[in-house]
Design a protein around this ligand. Structure first.
Ligand code: P6P
Length: 324
């Protein structure tokens, strides 16, 4: 069996700033720890609700809070980190340091799946921090194109870490000794697909163009698309995006009429932006339906955005359908 490069070996060959690599190593170590904590959730009595809601007004699971603390403590101790923001924290946290980087994260994405043992994950985004000052919330409000790195860990049949720093998209698999081994050195998303991911139970709430696009897929080879489509919906963005990264596909979480004042369900800074950077770097596309996700100017820390991402030619089909 060939000897696989580990995370340190890969980073040594990466041209990114050494301080960014330092942050990546800290996050990777935290994700390895989260993998063990999640895997033993039932054994340690950590499944179930925490008895409180987060700033999104969503019920927090015990593991949401535990994993948030693991990442927050790890980043507080990283010299290159000046501040952090989490889906599970209403306000930003600063470390007392200046310069370096800001990290936004969703510590346990898809946690509604945790009690039924379906894949969940951690999503993170690394942004430049302002020089010469302690960061404020406004310093986090950078377009996704300013990210210096992004990634996610997926806690599934394999625990994997997907990462993009200065170039392409790579993936590591966690081995039995807790080492991240480079198993996928050059991930790319197929330009075409016959698989879409959307929560179909919301169909009656979508805008008409989205309903028209999905209807076109459902009509199969006798319909306007001339081919049959498959559908998947894990309800863990990390799992759905990982499948798309590995075999192509298109993921949609559009605006819907259930909460018309909300732009959608997914959060821009720590879900849409990191996933959009990964998808674009892998040759795919990510848009809110009109604008590339990475070009959106954030105005609030926990703001939401509609998301369509995945195989470039299929994202184009969605945009064309919703622009018509
Ligand atoms: P729904 C998980 O709560 C999440 O934020 C994403 O990971 C996932 O894609 C989406 O929400 C699932 O939403 O409405 O299908 O439960």
């Amino acid at each position: 069996m060939t000897t696989l490069t580990d995370l340190a070996g890969y980073l040594a060959s990466e041209s990114a700033d050494e301080a960014v690599k330092e942050v990546v190593v800290v996050i990777a170590q935290a994700c390895a720890r989260i993998s063990r904590v999640v895997a033993s959730g039932a054994i340690l009595g950590n499944l179930g609700a925490a008895g409180q809601v987060n700033v999104q007004d969503e019920e927090q699971k015990k593991l949401d809070l535990i994993t948030n603390d693991i990442l927050s403590e790890a980043l507080q101790g990283c010299p290159a980190v000046a501040g952090l923001a989490s889906e599970e924290l209403e306000a930003i946290e600063t470390t007392g340091r200046q310069g370096g980087f800001l990290v936004t994260f969703d510590p346990l994405d898809g946690s509604s799946n945790i009690d039924v043992n379906v894949s969940v994950g951690t999503i993170f985004s690394i942004l430049p921090a302002p020089d010469g000052q302690i960061p404020t919330e406004a310093d986090f409000l950078l377009p996704g194109r300013r990210q210096v790195a992004a990634g996610y860990a997926v806690y599934g049949p394999q625990t994997m870490l997907v990462l993009t720093l200065s170039g392409g998209v790579v993936a590591f698999t966690l081995d039995a000794d807790g080492a991240w081994l480079l198993t996928h050195p050059n991930l790319a998303i197929a330009a075409d697909t016959a698989e879409f991911a959307i929560n179909m139970s919301n169909q009656r709430h979508w805008a008409e163009p989205v309903r028209r696009y999905i209807d076109g897929c459902l009509r199969g080879k006798d319909g306007p698309r001339g081919k049959n489509f498959n559908m998947r919906w894990v309800a863990s963005m990390v799992a759905d995006v990982h499948r798309i990264l590995m075999r192509g596909g298109v993921f949609l979480y559009p605006w819907d009429a259930r909460e018309p004042d909300r732009a959608g369900k997914l959060r821009l800074l720590y879900e849409a932006n990191p996933m959009a950077l990964i998808v674009e770097r892998a040759g795919g596309k990510a848009t809110d339906g009109q604008t590339a996700i990475l070009d959106l100017q954030p105005v609030k820390l926990h703001q939401r955005a509609p998301v369509v991402l995945g195989s470039a030619n299929e994202v184009d089909q969605v945009v064309a359908a919703t622009a018509a």
